[in-house]
Design a protein around this ligand. Structure first.
Ligand code: EPU
Length: 339
């Protein structure tokens, strides 16, 4: 059996980007795949709940965790293959996402630059199909390898099996909590085409620079730094809510009442609403309950101003949801997993 040290009463403060001061009854630092496969047969862990933590950037820990926290520290990134059309790069689940994006660009393989500076790990990226500035990870995804916690067996998932949607995948639904994603392979097309139409990006991109992936990377970093708080300074988990999607009929009725409504028509005819705008309109931007606050530069982000608990963030989120529902008749859904 591979070695690992079982840590007890382990502080999770440094393992969640909201900066909640909670503890796990047990914790394990996982640096090898064999350790993950062995978990299923470790009698000391039998019947204990498991919490997989990568960067901890998409989780709200409302209380101490009475189980075993699996701290993902698997490292490694390589070019594994290429054909006439694309380069295939693989990274271990514990690799930092942003560093991986920067590395792939520095190797001469663009394609992920719109997703620069998203917090978290490579292994967490497919779970909620991270996306930003006109690109979703699923569009560059080839396959992943995951270990099933209950059996220790390795399984491969292709794009279909992952069932990617908007901030959604198989791993948020039927597969929730069942797998540790140990590596992800991306397909980066050799014929690179820029995605620089997103208004914020187009605005900061130097004229004529849209055919330069490094310039797009820099623009994305600049826009994120201007709007989104750095979790090292102000705890947060990125957008706290998903942008709600409503039917064309609901949209027409709402738009008639709220002509300024910010929306994006979807390929299936539905409409995605800018939740940040809805929250802003209800006067929540910059408001707080205790140290739990709505960010003053992006109303979709909830922040911990220092010492807030997960329960206070949930209380704030519920108050925001109630107001949005009362005024717009729209239900907001939290993006992070709340525990
Ligand atoms: N808006 C406001 N007030 C605000 C915030 C937004 O009026 O306080 C309005 C503006 O009209 C703005 C529009 O909402 O033009 C959209 O805002 P923004 O461009 O900042 O994007 P978003 O829809 O709020 C989404 C993602 C972000 C991603 C950006 C850029 C979700 C839940 N969020 O935010 O992802 O970075 O687009 O692509 O889809 C994340 O998931 O953690 C995240 C940060």
């Amino acid at each position: 059996m591979p070695e690992y040290e079982l840590l007890s009463d382990y502080p999770l403060l440094a393992h969640n980007t909201f900066g909640f001061d909670v503890r796990a009854r047990l914790a394990l630092r996982l640096t090898e795949e064999a350790q993950i496969a062995a978990l299923a047969h470790d009698k000391r862990l039998k019947d204990r709940a498991r919490l997989i933590l990568g960067g901890g950037s998409n989780v709200v820990l409302t209380k101490d965790f009475d189980g075993v926290a699996l701290l993902m520290e698997l490292r490694g990134r390589h070019v594994i293959d290429q054909d006439g059309e694309a380069v295939y790069v693989e990274a271990a689940g514990g690799e930092n996402w942003h560093e991986f994006v920067a590395w792939s660009l520095s190797q001469g393989f663009p394609g992920l630059e719109n997703l620069a500076l998203i917090p978290g790990t490579v292994g967490a990226a497919p779970i909620q199909n991270i996306g930003a500035y006109g690109l979703e990870m699923g569009e560059r995804f080839e396959r992943l390898r995951a270990i099933e916690l209950s059996t220790g067996e390795t399984r491969e998932f292709d794009r279909n099996a992952c069932a990617f949607g908007y901030r959604d995948s198989y791993f948020k639904r039927e597969g929730r909590g069942r797998f540790v994603i140990v590596s992800v392979t991306f397909r980066l097309p050799k014929k690179w085409t820029p995605r620089a139409e997103y208004a914020d990006i187009a605005r900061v991109l130097e004229r004529g620079a849209s055919d330069n992936p490094q310039a797009i990377f820099n623009a994305v970093v600049a826009v994120r730094q201007a709007k989104l708080p750095d979790w090292r300074v102000l705890g947060n988990a990125g957008s706290f809510f998903k942008n709600p999607v409503i039917s064309a009929a609901e949209f027409d009725a709402l738009k008639a009442r709220e002509p300024e409504l910010v929306s994006y028509k979807q390929p299936d005819g539905q409409f995605k609403l800018a939740a940040g705008w809805l929250i802003d309109q209800c006067g929540w931007k910059g408001r707080s309950i205790g140290a739990a606050a709505v960010h003053d530069r992006q109303a979709l982000v909830l922040v911990n101003r220092g010492g807030a608990s997960g329960a206070q963030i949930i209380e704030l989120a519920d108050a925001v949801k109630r107001d949005i529902h009362a005024r717009f008749g729209v239900e907001l859904e939290a993006e992070p997993v709340c525990l």
